[in-house]
Design a protein around this ligand. Sequence first.
Ligand code: NAD
Ligand code: UFG
Length: 341
Amino acid sequence: MKKVKILLTGGTGFIGSHTAVELIESGYEVEILDNLYNSKIEALDHIAEITGVRPKFYKVDIRDKSVMKQVFAEGEFDAVIHFAGLKAVAESVEKPLEYYEVNIGGTINLLECMQEHSVHKIIFSSSATVYGEPDSPLCVESLPVGRDLANPYGRTKYFIEEILRDVAVSDPKFQVTILRYFNPIGAHASGLLGEDPNDKPNNLMPIVMKVAAGEISELSIYGNDYDTPDGTCIRDYIHVVDLAKGHVAAVEKIGQDEQVQTYNLGTGRGLSVMEIVKAFSKASGKALPHKVVGRRAGDLAALCADPSHAEEKLSWKTKLTIDDAMRDTINYLQKQGAKLK
Ligand code: NAD
Ligand code: UFG
């Protein structure tokens, strides 16, 4: 029987590469399109080493409409998972047009190609950032979105969600699944895939990894005067392998329910920055150098997923723990040749 064929835009990136592995292991055929702006071609070798299958790769920029059309003419895809985009919050404030061009312009190109080639299933990487400053720290999908968004990156995610809803209204054949990720961390248990941004890291775990490897002298904790038990901010950290499996569940269900589906992918449990520091130190057996500095602009005290809708509709929930995520991160660092300080 012919396998269901899925195009992953941004598929050599952190979440895309882990999703490629889980999809291949679940019997799907995967092809990857990426311009390697924030990932490396070696991800393909690592996917092949883990799964025994090297996905076909297109080195293409999603903004390049004519080449994108060729990919779709060749590919005959059954569905697309759209990871490709820019994601550095602070950079989006400095370069809003670039963020709108890549994230929104690129998505419009993609949707036009899908429409022209009768590919009607799309799963989109959205973010908890669309909730803005929610009234409750526990987010359910029915909360209002798009209010009080602190930066252009967040607005691109919100606008793309709206564009996808408009396209679904205009064309009843389109099936849209919006996945709102909380804070993805961790690495593949093999140590072959993990988070390895080409640019200066902005997020907590990539910075923790650089501190542990001695490339940054200490972690700056942004504020310990929040209204949380230990004063540091709380987030919902989800192991990237659990997140990747959430995509497999979404692929399996797309088209079987309402035309547009939105799911939070998170654990439902919040952890503070201080708890992350402690969990990493416990796993590495070494103290992680850190100091408390002032708050970072735009940070919320606490943000956590209510994942019950995904659990009910996708029969998916997270299985891996924070200790698993820290163990896998350290294993990945060591496989990269890092000597933990
Ligand atoms: P990532 O940077 O590792 O992956 C994104 C991939 O997109 C990269 O491989 C990059 O090279 C590629 N890309 C960027 N611009 C492109 C372009 N113009 N054409 C083709 N490819 C391009 O990031 P990730 O953490 O794997 O995130 C994947 C998606 O999930 C992104 O859309 C991101 O906004 C979203 N997301 C991530 C997080 C997170 O914390 N990691 C949270 C919420 C949502
Ligand atoms: N933090 C530090 N020091 C650092 C980096 C981060 O203390 O050097 C703290 C932050 O203040 C925050 C927590 O660690 O309290 C997590 O910060 P991240 O930057 O890792 O993640 P955010 O929750 O700010 O944002 C992330 C993604 C966004 C996404 C959002 C959804 O970067 O793209 O999760 O919740 F939208």
